[in-house]
Design a protein around this ligand. Structure first.
Ligand code: NAD
Ligand code: KPL
Length: 305
């Protein structure tokens, strides 16, 4: 009998994972915030995944955080700023040896979650897949990508990776997950805040090459300083490549701000600046960027952390 995949967070990535796991015939249960959300979900009849213009409804069973069912495997698919509180709500349901897969972007939330549930195994993920919601309980699979999974404290791969393969979820186990997370964080810090401040698509940063290069140099210093030299390797070249390859796209932070949604600044640029401060490393351009971004968010009535 397969272990149930409990998926907390019926947003973009949670739906993308839950529907593919369910499609492969695996047992999946969706954890929703409260009774009102559960009733709304049940009225919709399930989650809908839109792929290549085709919609498919998956009647995945739902429950609230307060359901009594024990949780052995949890896919945490909320935003980084919700992760710790969300896990605190289901902590008493975790079985001994429970495994959590943390899909949050950036860094900082993973440690906060792990500290909340010290007996559980926390596996971090870094994903380049793309999905967005086009309605309640509906998600569009927008960009094929890859998910790296790893546990910084324990190199052994979990047994359920073959279930991801069976579900068509492209993935790889890595013993260097922190390097992956830091590299993505650095890319996001070099690109996303500037797209917000210059109100442009990623390609618009081709007009700000010097500023991008200066940020990459400081991010490289930071990565070296916190023991992540591999994440610093050719950072500027990769940032320029991503800017070019995604020139027509709006960054995820740009989209959050444009839609009046809270950003994950605290786990991206905020984390980079906090770690630099802890190491007494002066990174004036990165710090200035953080100040400018915070001011911009406040001006738009959004949380600046
Ligand atoms: P999202 O906002 O679409 O979904 C998050 C969901 O979690 C929401 O439905 C929210 O209501 C729910 N949630 C929050 N707290 C909860 C709680 N206590 N109980 C139950 N549900 C709760 O977010 P997303 O876009 O899926 O992003 C999730 C994470 O994945 C983020 O860190 C993001 O940066 C990362 N990510 C997203 C994408 C993408 O394409 N969407 C790609 C790569 C990485
Ligand atoms: O991941 C991204 C995002 O928009 O969040 C890219 C495309 C790499 C830009 O930083």
């Amino acid at each position: 009998m397969s272990t149930t995949w409990h998926v907390l967070g019926a947003g973009s990535l949670g739906t993308l994972w839950a529907t593919r796991l369910a499609r492969a015939g695996l047992p999946v249960r969706l954890i929703l915030r409260d009774q009102a959300r559960l009733q709304d979900y049940q009225a919709a009849g399930g989650l809908t995944l839109v792929e290549q213009g085709q919609s498919h409804l998956y009647p995945i069973p739902g429950e609230t955080c307060d359901s009594p069912q024990p949780i052995q495997r949890l896919l945490l698919a909320c935003k980084a700023y919700d992760a710790e509180a969300a896990v605190a709500r289901i902590a008493t349901r975790l079985t001994p040896g429970a495994e959590l897969i943390l899909l949050q972007n950036g860094l900082g939330s993973q440690d906060a979650v792990a500290a909340r549930v010290p007996a559980a195994r926390c596996i971090a993920a870094s994903s380049t897949e793309g999905a967005f919601r086009d309605g309640d309980w509906r998600v569009v699979f927008a960009g094929h990508g890859y998910t790296w999974l790893g546990d910084a404290g324990h190199p052994t791969a979990p047994i359920w990776l073959d279930e991801l393969s069976a579900s068509g979820i492209p993935h790889e186990w890595t013993t260097q997950i922190l390097t992956r997370l830091w590299r993505k964080l650095a890319l996001n810090c070099a690109i996303n805040p500037l797209t917000v401040l210059y109100d442009c698509r990623n390609g618009g940063l081709q007009q700000h090459r010097c500023e991008v290069a200066t940020l990459c140099a400081e991010l490289g210093e930071l990565l070296q300083c916190c023991g992540q030299p591999d994440a610093a390797q050719d950072l500027q070249q990769e940032v320029e490549r991503v800017i070019q390859a995604t020139a027509a796209n709006y960054s995820s932070m740009y989209q959050d701000v444009a839609n009046q949604r809270r950003t994950e600044i605290r786990y991206l640029l905020g984390h980079a600046c906090a770690v630099a401060n802890r190491h007494r490393l002066a990174l004036p351009h990165l710090q200035q960027l953080q100040l400018r971004l915070k001011e911009h968010l406040q001006l738009h009535g959004l949380p600046s952390d």
